[in-house]
Ligand binder design. Structure first.
Ligand SMILES: [Zn+2]
Ligand SMILES: [Zn+2]
Length: 196
């Protein structure tokens, strides 16, 4: 009898190769990364979202799994996997939120970091506007954008914008982000009230 393998299959399936010295069970291949797995089942929607069509977590987010988690495999939520791959690490305690309010979307441009409080405020805000007259990137009034800009002006440091109290301006966190990043109309840094 050949010696049985003592190391589990390197694919992460949790099984053991039938013979000692074999790295993989016959026919098994190296596991894809979580991101590679994610990209295998996404399609671009008309709205620009990159939508996962595989299984979902109980809360409706893409449930990405490769192999057997804990046995060399791994699992993760699709939007977080996409954020980490395309943008960077997610600081402890922050959530990856959706501008587009589409939980199955993993388009990095539609993702942003926020606190749990932002998440709740964002949901409340979007819920209030569910009638569809206000899309996530609908512009705030010129006046509100200006006030947000004044509040932000002079702040430095990563995520400094995320500490602006968006609901106070009738805005969502994502709108604040778009204003301070310049992708939504905003006065130039240093402009004074009355200049806009
Ligand atoms: Zn295997
Ligand atoms: Zn999207």
């Amino acid at each position: 009898m050949p010696r049985r393998a003592t190391e589990p299959c390197a694919c992460g399936c949790g099984g053991f190769p039938s013979q000692y010295g074999y790295e993989y069970i016959r026919g098994h291949r190296p596991l894809p990364s979580l991101y590679e797995r994610l990209m295998q089942d996404v399609t671009r929607s008309d709205s620009g979202c990159l939508e996962w069509s595989g299984s979902l977590t109980s809360t409706g987010y893409p449930n990405i799994r490769v192999g057997v988690p804990g046995k060399g495999g791994a699992r993760g939520k699709g939007h977080r996997v996409s954020y980490e791959h395309n943008i960077g690490p997610i600081p402890e305690g922050l959530w990856v939120l959706h501008h587009c309010d589409n939980r199955v979307c993993v388009e990095p441009l539609h993702l942003f970091l926020g606190t749990n409080t932002d998440n709740v405020a964002d949901m409340v805000n979007k819920g209030r506007n569910q009638k569809g007259e206000k899309h996530w990137n609908a512009r705030l009034t010129r006046e509100a954008a200006g006030r947000i800009w004044l509040e932000y002006d002079g702040r430095t440091g990563p995520w400094s914008w995320s500490r602006i109290n968006a609901p106070r301006f009738g805005a969502t966190t994502s709108q604040v982000y778009h204003i301070v990043s310049g992708s939504t109309w905003a006065p130039k840094r240093g402009q004074k009230e009355g200049d806009w």
